[in-house]
Design a protein around this ligand. Structure first.
Ligand code: 13P
Length: 261
């Protein structure tokens, strides 16, 4: 059984005071619960502060990006070694906002995936289609390309430290849309099949999270799908009570899954 992942992507939100308080509230709410994997990914400047406020809880720390070099003349960039130094366990790579607004290519994302995994970080690779691509029936092709190119030359040995986040771009933020549980399940199956073609049996163990307007109200329906193994949450991760409510939904679903086994 795959462990459920509930990960908060704070994007470019919060200030020091808010980040500290949000981390504390989530740490207190989650405590030492470990049936689900919970992590938060604050903006770079607050990683150290959030790390100290998460101490004693089982909430892990993640970053939203990295530069694919250990060190060097890369003004303004952050290396995997620095992230590890700050206590990060996870890094989000290939988020659609970086692909679209900062022009990140699959090739560049692939470099980051390799460097992050080699450094010892757990990678959350984001994939997802635009509304235009969905309407043109290109979703499968887009997802497969992002997986094939994003994970090029990766060995199956790295899979235990890799998870995928399926984030349909049309469902992210306040668009008024989220994928239906059936749509999410269908695309997660596409992703898992492609992973199986690339890596064989170990693909069955890869966690595939859904992201795009996940809220306490729709979390149960999404997480009850057999291939929806978690959620990557933007807006709702900025409110401790909403984020914690989704964590509770994941715990409940885990108990249901255990009984069904
Ligand atoms: P929202 O939950 O705000 O739609 O954001 C999803 C996302 O992009 C998480 O990475």
């Amino acid at each position: 059984m795959r462990q459920k992942f509930i990960i908060g992507n704070w994007k470019m939100h919060t200030n020091a005071d808010e980040a500290g308080r949000l981390a504390k509230a989530i740490a207190v709410g989650v405590g030492t619960e470990d049936r689900v994997c919970v992590a938060v990914c604050p903006p770079f400047p607050y990683l150290a502060l959030v790390a100290s406020n998460l101490k004693g809880s089982s909430v892990a720390l993640g970053a939203q990006n990295l530069y694919p070099e250990k060190e060097g003349a890369f003004t303004g960039e952050v290396s995997p070694t620095m992230l590890l130094d700050l206590g990060c366990k996870f890094v989000i790579l290939g988020h659609s906002e970086r692909r679209q607004k900062l022009g990140e290519s699959n090739g560049f994302i692939n470099q980051k995936v390799h460097v992050a995994l080699d450094a010892g970080l757990n990678v959350i690779l984001c994939v997802g289609e635009t509304l235009e691509q969905r309407e043109a029936n290109q979703t499968t092709e887009v997802l497969e390309q992002q997986i094939i190119l994003g994970l090029a030359a990766l060995s199956a040995d790295s899979l235990p430290r890799l998870s995928i986040a399926y984030e349909p771009i049309w469902a992210i933020g306040n668009t008024g849309h989220h994928a239906t549980p059936e749509q999410a399940e269908m695309e997660h199956i596409v992703i898992r099949k492609r992973l199986a073609q690339m890596f064989g049996k170990p693909a069955q163990s890869v966690v595939i999270q859904y992201g795009g307007s996940v809220k306490p109200e729709n979390a149960a329906a999404l997480l009850s799908q057999p291939n929806v193994d978690g959620a990557l949450i933007g807006g709702a991760s900025l409110k401790a009570e909403q984020f914690l409510a989704i964590v509770q939904v994941a715990i409940k679903q885990t108990q249901t899954d255990v009984k069904a086994k």
